[in-house]
Every structure is written in C-alpha cells, then in structure tokens.
Design a protein around this ligand. Structure first.
Ligand code: 5GP
Ligand code: MG
Length: 177
C-alpha cells in the first residue's frame, strides 16, 4: 500500500464488483436506448472506463472538464475548462462523476446540460458524501456512500497525484497539513 494512505476504503475487487452491478443496472435501464456517456474529467475517467465496459449497450463517450480554483478542496468558484460543444439535445445523457461532495460542481453541470434539452439526463456517481451537501442534489445511481473523509485513488487525486492507485483510500492528514 502507498505510505501516504491511512486506510483502504474500497479494494480493487470491491470496486470491480460494485461497478459491474452499476453497469448491469444501466444496461437494464437503457435496454432500448443508446446513451451518451459524459465523463467529468479528470476524476471520473477511471470509473467511466470501467463502467462503460460493463454497459452492454451501444453508447457514445464524451468528456467535460470542470474544475474549482483552489487545489485539493472544492471552492465556490467553478471554471469550465472547455466549451460545451457536445450535441446534447434529444440524447439520453448519463453524467458520470467520481464523487458528490457539496454538490456545487454537479449542480452547475446538470443545469447547463438540462438547458440543452436532452431526452433524458441521469447522474451516476461512484462516491457520495451526503453529510457535506450544500446544494440539494441527488444522484440517480450511487456506487458507495462514504463519511466525510478525503479519499484518493481510482481516478481521484490530491494535487493531481494518486489517481493511479487501483483502490480508494483515505489520505493521511499529514500529507496535506
Ligand atoms: P462538490 O462540488 O460536490 O463539492 O465537489 C465535487 C468535486 O470535489 C469532486 O469532483 C472532486 O473533484 C472533489 N472532491 C470532493 N471530495 C473529494 C475527496 O474526498 N477526494 C478527492 N480526491 N476529491 C474530492
Ligand atoms: Mg471531480
């Protein structure tokens, strides 16, 4: 295990199991549709990569990059790093996010997408920290609900590091203090 990790929350095997279940649920729900997967970069790229391979339906993949000004933690100010030129109107859009924390990021993204009039719009998040929510936003599908701890791995970063850990772990407070 990486020495900056205090404890493992979800092993690679547990992640694989749960992501497979989520893929099965989406396959059933979209049995007669060809969804557009919208990966929120960069944190959700590992999750999206695994999830879409468990979706037994034709689909398309696009990415959207959103970030907050401050590093490591979520600030109130969000920046869209790229213009949204993806054709959303009339599509069955599945937004895939790594973690739902205060909800500000996704609330912002979902509003922009809704304005483009998709046929349907769903939010899938691997992790959910409901105790931290400041905006009343709920995901349609949640991998795991977690307490208020800072996690890294499986795509999630701290200052752009740790994304390649195959598990999700709690970062030692000494790393960011
Ligand atoms: P929200 O807008 O919901 O507060 O923030 C969600 C974003 O904050 C996530 O996409 C992620 O980038 C970041 N974030 C929130 N909690 C964590 C965490 O525990 N670990 C990591 N690595 N990022 C987090
Ligand atoms: Mg993110």
């Amino acid at each position: 295990m990486n020495s900056d990790i205090e404890r493992v929350l979800f092993s690679a095997e547990e992640l694989y199991q749960r992501v497979s279940e989520l893929g099965k649920l989406l396959t059933e729900e979209y049995y007669d549709r060809e969804p557009l997967i919208l990966c929120v970069m960069k944190g959700a790229m590992v999750f999206t990569s695994d999830l879409m391979r468990q979706l037994r339906r034709p689909c398309e993949l696009e990415t959207i990059a959103i970030s907050s000004y401050r590093e490591g933690v979520t600030s109130g100010s969000l920046v869209v790093d790229q213009p949204l030129s993806i054709h959303i109107t009339g599509r069955d859009v599945i937004v895939v996010e790594d973690i739902l924390d205060t909800g500000r990021t996704l609330d912002y993204v979902m509003n922009i997408l809704q304005n483009a009039e998709p046929a349907s719009l769903k939010l899938v998040t691997l992790l959910d920290k409901p105790s931290r929510r400041v905006v009343p936003l709920q995901a349609d599908l949640v991998g795991f609900t977690i307490p208020d701890v800072f996690v890294v791995g499986y795509g999630l970063d701290y200052n752009q590091g740790y994304r390649n850990l195959p598990y999700i772990g709690v970062l030692k407070p000494s790393v960011y203090h």
